[in-house]
Design a protein around this ligand. Structure first.
Ligand code: NAI
Ligand code: MG
Length: 486
């Protein structure tokens, strides 16, 4: 099956100050599916430090006029943009499938992205300061004002969802932005650049760069004119960005990082539902999800039954070409990710018992079968580190105290779940689990649409997702004290 977007028609250039630009330094994109189809990938423009400077300068000069527009005027661009994204859904789905292997049949990112821009098109008025008469002789107030230039660095696993979650709130409250996409999945962001232009955003308001982390990502993190930066990706890179922020201008940073999410399944739970939810959590996007349920703890009395249910559901996937309508399990994003997951699988075979999968699929493509390990010691590396593949560990427990301790024995804290019909136990775990989101009788990717999302401990700093909270992230606060004669 030939890809619908031909290499010649794919946008690969940088988008700075409202214009597309190609530069002389290129990266070759590693793409599984294009290689599978015998088509070699087009080359992409790689942003240099100079390009970053120009994009930030364009954003800086566009910012005062953008902030001076009314909420409705800014929102009108968002509405046009959202409509164009919806109209491009099919093309965006194809680009993501050929870029990082997300199955086209399951693609929802573009619609979610459009929905977010639609929502924020009318949300700007919700951001207000406060006033106070509590200091005699003064009227005091706070003003909420945009930072100026905001940077966003996004990963490759759900690129357009991350793009929308960061860019829409930042722009809605009057900042201008420079986005850097991931070198592993740059094509949808390049396409989005053409839609930014078509929607008529003023030049410089929304700049989009492609390139590697150590060049343009590092330049944005240490840039003196970038006042806030929102990042999603690995904990390792999150640390590097925090250091760069500290060593440059102390820009405010928001970090959405990795996870090693536990689920605690008690004998009184609906095991059928628990098995279905948990395998779905780790199977979706071939395990390449920050909040995926990777550590399953099941009560020993029902372990055998649960593992049987889990196995039968988890292995029933259709692995293959992500462009094919029947596929629900695509390849890992690239060779680096594939090799990394396979390295963990070999490690896991030594640390625990392989109960399902553990192998690749013959032929081309970075395909890995759904894999289960059981009986792995809690302190094993594969129980501690983020694998980012279709690999799950299932261990058993006998008491509440034991499983609470095991679930929390991690440096991560993004998502945790409990399955039980006992309301007291459910709430005890809702309180006791150390994570930014706790699911009761449900697990990731379940989220409250209007609830904040983010990590405890090494899983991050700050929250996004909830409209009011996220817009607030991108606003400075100023106190004004007015001396009055009464
Ligand atoms: P990464 O964290 O290195 O990349 C994410 C983004 O950060 C990309 O846009 C990248 O270009 C940029 N970046 C890399 N180094 C940078 C630097 N020094 N300064 C500024 N930006 C930089 O993650 P990568 O290499 O794509 O994946 C490796 C692992 O990270 C995965 O196996 C997974 O465990 C984890 N990861 C977690 C994600 C999540 O959703 N929490 C998303 C992507 C990766
Ligand atoms: Mg990296």
């Amino acid at each position: 099956m030939a890809p619908e977007a031909t290499p010649q028609s794919i946008e690969t250039r940088l988008f700075i100050n409202g214009e597309v630009r190609a530069f002389t330094i290129f990266i070759s994109k590693v793409s599984t599916t294009y290689q599978n189809h015998g088509v070699s990938m087009s080359k992409l423009s790689e942003a240099t430090e100079k390009d970053v400077d120009q994009a930030v300068a364009a954003a800086k000069s566009a910012q005062p006029a953008w902030a001076n527009l009314t909420v409705e005027q800014r929102g009108s661009y968002f509405k046009k943009f959202a409509k164009l994204i919806r109209e491009s859904n099919d093309e965006l789905a194809t680009l993501e499938a050929i870029s990082m292997g997300f199955p086209k049949s399951r693609y929802f990112h573009a619609m979610a992205c459009a929905g977010t821009f639609d929502h924020y098109s009318e949300a700007g008025y919700d951001m207000q300061g406060t006033t106070s008469l509590n200091t005699p002789g003064f009227v005091s107030m706070t003003l909420r004002q945009p930072y100026g230039v905001v940077a966003a660095i996004i990963p490759w696993n759900v690129p357009l969802i991350m793009l929308a979650n960061k860019i829409a709130p930042a722009l809605a409250v009057g900042n201008t932005v420079v986005l850097k996409s991931s070198e592993k999945a740059p094509l949808t962001s390049c396409k989005i650049a053409s839609l930014v232009k078509e929607a008529g955003f003023p030049p410089g308001v929304f700049n989009i760069l492609s390139g590697h982390g150590h060049i343009s990502g590092a330049a944005l993190s240490s840039h003196m004119e970038v006042r806030a930066l929102s990042f999603t990706g690995s904990t390792r890179t999150g640390r590097v960005i925090q250091q760069a922020a500290a060593q440059s201008n102390l820009k405010v940073i928001f970090l959405e990082l990795g996870g090693k999410s536990p689920v605690c399944i008690f004998e009184d739970a609906d095991l059928e539902v628990a098995a279905d939810d948990t395998q779905h959590s780790i199977q979706g996007n071939s395990g390449q999800t920050c909040m995926a349920t990777t550590r399953v703890y099941v009560q020993d009395t029902v372990a055998e039954k649960f593992i049987g249910l889990f196995k039968s559901k988890f292995e029933a996937v259709t692995i293959g070409d992500p462009l094919h309508p029947g596929t629900n399990h695509g390849p890992q994003a690239d060779k680096v990710q594939y090799d990394n997951v396979l390295r963990y699988i070999e490690m896991g075979k030594k640390e625990g018992t392989l109960a399902l999968g553990g192998s690749t699929v013959e032929g081309d493509g970075y395909f890995i079968r759904p894999t289960i390990f059981t009986n792995t010691p809690e302190d094993a590396r594969t129980m501690k580190e983020e694998i980012f593949g279709p690999v799950v560990h299932i261990n058993t427990f006998s008491t509440e105290e034991e499983v609470m301790e095991k679930a929390n024995n991690t440096e991560y804290g993004l998502y945790a779940s409990v399955y039980t019909k006992d309301i007291n136990r459910a709430l005890k775990f809702a309180k006791g689990l150390e994570a930014g989101t706790v699911g009761v009788n449900c697990t990731s990717p379940t989220q409250g649409r209007d609830m904040p999302f983010g990590g405890w401990k090494g899983s991050g700093i700050g929250r996004e997702g909830m409209p009011l909270y996220t817009m607030s992230n991108f606003l400075e606060m100023k106190t004004v004290v007015v001396k009055v004669g009464f």
